[in-house]
Design a protein around this ligand. Sequence first.
Ligand SMILES: [Zn+2]
Length: 191
Amino acid sequence: MEYQKLYLTNNECFKREKEMTPTGIVVHSTGVNNPYLRRYIGPDDGVLGPNPGANHWNQPNIKKCVHGFIGYDKDKQVRCYNTLPWHYRSWGCAKGPKGSFNKSHIQFEICEDDLLDGDYFNDAFSLAIDLCAHLCDTFGISVERIVSHKEAFRQGFASDHGDPHTWLKKHDWTMDDFRRRVFTKIQNNQC
Ligand SMILES: [Zn+2]
């Protein structure tokens, strides 16, 4: 599993350095049409490209932070970036009546496009599957502990969001399909 590392060290969440033992994964998608990683990650490392709005998440005034992002680099190659140490708590899913998966789950965002491009969907989600297989293998997380933000909400540990189900549905996928593919990858030792 290949990914680049660019920690969001100016983000308040990073600075707090609160640790956790990862026992699950929350899969998010961003909910806005901007598939470029540079929207969320900066400064430009030569691969991401510059963020003209200077609104990436590597700044102190941003109230959210996750462990990783999947999306386009400047040349429209789909890449995975690790943006927070895996054992740090993220600010990804807020909380629900039972608590928050921010204290226990690795969380990453898949950058949405207009949700219609089948090639981008396949590339982005196969990288997400690779990442989940790698993390399950590394941290001994069982595949059924991978949830979407929507499922985390339903379980009572996240805010009321529907990601990434709207996107999955457009391409006839479910989270069970996603988990099955992660499981197969691990079984085949491809992580
Ligand atoms: Zn989400």
